[in-house]
Every structure is written in structure tokens, then in C-alpha cells.
Design a protein around this ligand. Structure first.
Ligand code: ME8
Length: 651
């Protein structure tokens, strides 16, 4: 059993049907940050990542490229591993589900669950989405055919299958969520899962007979035509990586401290996985942490749009640590994020360049000019106790933010000491002190700034593992468990040392550095001022709080529906022409047909989000969105209380 001195941290294992993009990099970078912090703080750490290589989707992707499935999986798996190596990701193991010992472990798990009566054989009839490798009940399908997750057509499958008695775990799962409020992070996501489970769980089909690129059943079952469902195989990686079913030496890292995942795969991790673990008699993970989705300039990334972001290109152009900082700081964990070069450049120029880089330059300048680079911290507490107290108060708050996955708040709080330092220089003015002969006070100020930078670089190291050691070198120390203990846990200071000059760490970026730039990528032409910077987003329970200026970026208008018709072959969509007082009516495709007929909508007034990028729905352009409210009883439109002129703005 894992003790509190051990930390086991995992990423999802990525499908080898495509190469890594910014979303995969995001998950892996968060996990790497947590792993690095764990190690620095003295925890024995095991960080797992890898690739998910079985299933119909991979078999088909290989076929489409004219390759053998194994050859194809080897190739793509290597691209993931190489990328993480290039990025210096500090994983302890890279697992592949085609590894022999993984497959042995999965078979052992299947046998245990079978022997204890949780697996039985029956016939499966249902709708399967190959892209999501998931079965869906008919009622969940869009227009009776399409996958509710990805929109692709599903196929009807009727075959003999083994089932896992998921329904038997409903109450036990609910009890677990109830007793462990922190088991799913952010906590708001836990409520979603609870509601889903309360809606009832069906037993889960866990084998397939229609293809064979997967783990075979244990030999004892003597049923060679079945292979295991890819999600059962994949989830097991978290324990087979520690040796489950083979050499169990590392099983003392179990249970995981955190499984990091994207919100798209929460159901598998928060429902199936704990149920499998209960059936196996293993402990449940401490946290399952689901982050949000990255889009590109407001749009979903896809190959056909040509807007997929290659993380390597971004890191090469802007610097790996800058990219890491941006991703972790820009978005509240759990919320969705938008990647634009402008946002990245603003973060680099403002947070990193102005707040951190300039402070280091000021220190190098000040200590060089007055003290030949020497720093003596003996009198820091004598003159600057208030500042020290403020800095320590911030540093003490940090660790819980990290382990509760509030990484954006971790970084936000970590910037406070930098503000304290920058303000102290402006307030006490070392140049004036030197003129007035207050050399001791000026040296103490020098010591204060140097120590704030030292402390910040230690705590920033997990996020920026290449740059922070450079800051530490300039300040004559090394970032490790000893310095963390001394500077952070014991609130001590570095005593005397000489500052080494280093070149500026964050040269200002004036222009987007990647070809794919769009107008939205242009950086602010002036140094972004603190106030003018992107409004701070704060997050509670996964819901982003926005400033009023952000709210006003949305244009809401009253409109009149001047034409309404049904979309042929769609159970959900109506095609509306809405007068917004513009030259011609806007075409809006609205998913409201279950609640409103075309006739109901004609000549009524609606509230429209008027500045959304046009989107295509079933091949039709939609130039806005209607406001509506939906609960268990259905959906209703939000309308003005009294008639208003088309185009009247709301807000
Ligand atoms: O789901 N924004 O693998 P996968 C943010 N093999 N994160 C994103 C993203 C985006 N646009 N796109 C992908 C699988 N991700 C299974 C997992 S685990 C036992 C099996 C990230 O290659 C996010 O972490 O489709 C998401 O959960 C993961 O990539 C899905 O990777």
C-alpha cells in the first residue's frame, strides 16, 4: 500500500492513431509539474505515461496507411516517446499496451474478476462508435445514429460478449464519491459523475469478437475468438505499470496520488476504473483530475481545418518553459482554454519578462553597481520583516494549490512575492539609500530581492525546469530537496554569495513567431500594462469567473424570427432566419426541435449571441446562437418580456 511518502502520478495513455498535439502536451506537462514538485519535496515519486495501442480504431488507422498494425503502433508510439524526451518530461516509465507484461497483467485481472463472479457471458446488441471506442444506448444517439460524443456515425453491433457487472457497483461508487469529496477534481465534475451514476448503470460489454487487435482472454477461459475491450485493457495500465500480475515490486506505489486526464475521458476513469478496482480488491486512487479542452483561436482543432497546434513547433519557437508556463497559467484547471499566439506572447512579455526577468536584471544591476555582485542577507529581517512576512505567507499557501490541481492559482499566488520585490525597490530606492550613506539598508534590500527570487525560482521550478536552474545558478545555489527545505519549509534565507551575470532570460517578443499566425495572434504593440492585461480569471470549482469587460465581449441582441423551417432528416434542428436589425436576417441553426416546432418559433422574439464565429451544422452555416434554459423538464427560450426592436442590445 502506498504510504504518504510515495506519489504515483499518471497521464492517460495516448492512442497511437494520431500524433501528439497541444492537448496531449498539456496533460503531460501538468503531470510532469506535479511529479517534479513531488520529487523536490522529498516524496518517492513514480510518474507514468505511455501509449494505448489496441482496438479497432488503431487497426483501421494502420490499414488505411498500408502498414501492419504492430509496425504502425511502434512508429506512432515512438513519436510520443520522442516528443516527451525532447521536452525533458521526467517520466519514470513509458508503458505500451502491447508490452508483454502489461498483457499478462490484464489477463490476470480479467481472471480475478471472472472468478469472483463479476464477469459473465451474454449477447451484446448495441451501437458502437469506433472513434470513441464506446458503446452507446439508442436514446443517447444523435438523430438515432450519430455518436453523442464525436458526432460520427455509429455501427450496430450484435455479438457474443463478456460483460462486467457494473450495475452491481452503483451503490459502492456513490458511497465512494460521497465519502471522498476530493476524489474527482475539480469538485464540480464530481457532481456530474454522481448524477450520471444515479441515473443507473448498465453492465458493460468488455470483449469483442469482430476484430482481433487486442489482448486475448486468459487461456483458462478457452474462448479464443474474444479480445478485450480496449478501455478495460487501457485502464489496467495504471496497475500493470507497477507490475500487477507479474513482478509486483512497485505495487507499493499504489494507489495513485493522481490520474491526470482530459474531461473527455472522465466517465471511464471515474466510473469504470474504480468499479474494476473494487472488483480486484485494490484501493481506489486519491484523485482523478480532469482538465478542460484546448481550442485554437476559439475553434476546435482538427486536421481538416488545418489548425492543429504542434506542441514541438510552439516550444521551439517560444521556448519550452515559456510554453509550459503559459499553458498552466492561462487556464483555470478544469476550464477550457484557447490557444492564440497573442495570449502566449502577452504572458511571456508581461508575467515572465516584466515581472520576473526584469526583477532579476534589476538585482544584477543593483548588486553590480553598488556591491560588486555581492549579496549579504544578514540584515534582511532587521529592515524588511514586513516584506518577508508577506512573501512567506504566499509561499505557504502554494503546496495545497498544487495537489488540488489549482495550478493557475499556484502561479497566481507565486507572483505575489515578485510584486513585493518590485514594489520594495520602487519604494525604498536603493540609489537614494546609497546617496544618503545607508549602505547597510541598501545591502539588506539587495538581499531581500535576491532571496525572493531564489524562493520563487524554487517553487517555479516544477513548471519551468529549464529556466529556474539558470536563475538559481545566477544566485549561487542549486534547486533540490535541500534548498526547498531551507528556503520554503524553514523560511530561511541564502546567506552570502556573489551574483553571476546571466543574459536576459525573456527577450521581448514583438511579432508572432509561428507561420500559422492569424490576426488574433498579433501581440499588444506596447508593453502590456498590468491593468490592460487579459482580465484575471479566477476559478472556483471549475467555473471560471470573468471580469465585466470579458462579459461585454459577448454581443447579445434581441431578434425576431422571420422564417422558420424544419431541417430534413434531423430530429433536433430547426433552421431559422432571425432579423437582428441588420441588412439581411441571420441564419441560425438551433437544436430546439424537440421542444419547439417551426410554427411555434415563427414571428416570436428571441435573444441571440450575435458575435460568435459562424459554425457549420449538418452542412448549414449558423450565424448565431439562441439563449435558452434547460433542466430535467426540458428547454425553454429566453425572450424579452416586452417586444423590442430587432437588434436591440442586451446587457
Ligand atoms: O483517450 N485539449 O487517448 P487520446 C486538451 N487512449 N486535452 C486534450 C485535447 C484537447 N484539445 N485533445 C486530447 C485516450 N487531449 C485513451 C486514454 S487512459 C487509460 C486511455 C488529451 O489519445 C486529454 O488528456 O484520445 C485527453 O484525455 C487525452 O488527450 C486523450 O488522448
Amino acid at each position: 500500500m502506498s504510504s504518504c511518502h510515495k506519489a504515483y502520478i499518471t497521464t492517460p495513455i495516448y492512442y497511437v492513431n494520431d500524433i501528439a498535439h497541444i492537448g496531449h502536451a498539456y496533460t503531460t506537462i501538468i503531470a510532469d509539474t506535479i511529479a517534479r514538485y513531488s520529487r523536490m519535496s522529498g516524496l518517492e515519486t513514480f510518474f507514468l505515461t505511455g501509449t494505448d495501442e489496441h482496438g479497432q480504431k488503431i487497426e483501421e488507422a494502420a490499414k488505411a496507411r498500408g502498414k501492419s498494425t504492430q509496425e504502425y503502433a511502434d512508429e506512432i508510439s515512438a513519436t510520443f516517446k520522442n516528443l516527451w524526451d525532447d521536452f525533458g518530461i521526467s517520466y519514470d516509465k513509458f508503458i505500451r499496451t502491447t508490452d508483454e507484461d502489461h498483457m499478462i497483467g490484464v489477463q490476470k485481472a480479467f481472471k480475478v474478476m471472472h472468478d469472483n463472479g463479476d464477469i459473465y457471458k451474454d449477447v451484446y446488441k448495441g451501437h458502437y462508435c469506433i472513434s470513441c471506442e464506446t458503446f452507446f444506448p439508442e436514446i443517447q444517439l444523435v438523430d438515432g445514429e450519430f455518436c453523442p460524443e464525436c458526432g460520427k456515425p455509429t455501427t450496430v453491433v450484435e455479438e457474443e460478449s463478456y460483460f462486467f457487472r457494473l450495475s452491481a457497483y452503483e451503490d459502492k461508487l456513490l458511497k465512494w464519491y460521497e465519502e471522498h469529496p476530493e476524489c474527482i477534481l475539480p469538485r464540480s465534475k464530481r457532481n456530474e459523475v454522481i448524477r450520471f451514476v444515479e441515473g443507473g448503470l448498465e453492465d458493460l460489454s468488455i470483449t469483442r469478437t469482430s476484430f482481433d487487435w487486442g489482448v486475448k482472454l486468459p487461456a483458462e477461459l478457452n474462448d479464443p475468438k474474444h479480445v478485450m475491450y480496449v478501455w478495460l485493457d487501457a485502464l489496467m495500465n495504471y496497475v500493470t505499470a507497477l507490475g500487477y500480475g507479474t513482478d509486483e515490486a512497485n505495487m507499493d506505489f499504489w494507489p495513485a496520488r493522481v490520474h491526470l486526464i482530459g474531461k473527455d475521458i472522465l466517465r471511464f476513469h471515474a466510473i469504470y476504473w474504480p468499479a474494476f478496482l473494487m472488483s480486484l480488491g485494490l484501493e481506489l486512487p486519491k484523485h482523478i483530475a480532469a482538465h478542460g479542452w484546448w481550442t485554437r483561436d476559439g475553434e476546435k482543432m482538427s486536421k481538416s481545418k488545418g489548425n492543429v497546434i504542434n506542441p514541438k513547433e510552439v516550444a521551439d519557437a517560444y521556448g519550452l518553459d515559456n510554453f509550459r508556463y503559459f499553458m498552466l497559467r492561462e487556464v483555470p484547471f478544469g476550464g477550457d482554454g484557447d490557444f492564440s499566439q497573442k495570449a502566449l506572447i502577452d504572458r511571456i512579455n508581461s508575467d515572465l519578462g516584466n515581472d520576473l526577468g526584469n526583477l532579476l536584471n534589476r538585482l544584477i544591476g543593483m548588486s553590480g553597481k553598488y556591491f560588486e555582485g555581492r549579496v549579504d542577507s544578514s540584515n534582511v529581517a532587521k529592515y524588511y520583516q514586513t516584506e518577508l512576512d508577506e512573501v512567506n505567507a504566499s509561499l505557504e499557501k502554494l503546496e495545497p494549490f498544487l495537489f488540488e490541481m489549482q495550478i493557475h492559482r499556484y502561479l497566481e499566488e507565486l507572483w505575489r512575492p515578485l510584486t513585493v520585490a518590485n514594489k520594495a525597490i520602487d519604494k525604498y530606492q536603493p540609489w537614494t539609500m546609497m546617496k544618503e550613506g545607508k549602505e547597510e539598508e541598501a545591502m539588506a534590500l539587495n538581499g531581500l530581492i535576491a532571496n525572493i527570487l531564489a524562493k520563487v525560482s524554487v517553487m517555479l521550478y516544477p513548471v519551468m525546469p529549464q529556466i529556474c536552474p539558470k536563475i538559481a545558478t545566477a544566485l549561487g545555489f542549486t534547486i533540490d530537496n535541500n534548498s526547498w527545505q531551507k528556503l520554503i519549509k524553514e523560511n530561511k534565507l541564502l546567506e552570502t554569495f556573489t551574483i553571476e551575470k546571466i543574459p536576459p532570460l525573456f527577450p521581448r517578443i514583438e511579432e508572432p513567431l509561428l507561420k500559422q499566425a492569424t490576426p488574433a495572434d498579433k501581440p499588444a504593440t506596447e508593453a502590456p500594462k498590468k491593468e490592460a492585461k487579459k482580465p484575471e480569471t479566477k476559478q472556483e470549482e471549475g467555473v471560471a469567473l470573468i471580469g465585466i469587460d470579458q462579459f461585454f465581449q459577448t454581443s447579445l441582441k434581441v431578434g425576431t424570427v422571420v422564417e422558420a423551417q424544419e431541417v430534413p432528416k434531423s430530429k433536433k434542428l430547426l433552421l431559422l432566419q432571425v432579423d437582428l436589425g441588420e441588412e439581411k436576417p441571420r441564419q441560425i441553426v438551433a437544436g430546439i426541435k424537440e421542444w419547439y416546432s417551426a410554427e411555434d418559433m415563427l414571428n416570436t422574439q428571441v435573444c441571440v449571441v450575435a458575435n460568435l464565429k459562424p459554425a457549420k451544422l449538418m452542412g448549414m452555416i449558423s450565424e448565431g446562437m439562441l439563449l435558452a434554459a434547460k433542466d430535467e423538464d426540458g428547454l425553454c427560450m429566453i425572450r424579452p418580456e416586452k417586444p423590442k426592436k430587432p437588434g436591440t442590445s442586451i446587457g
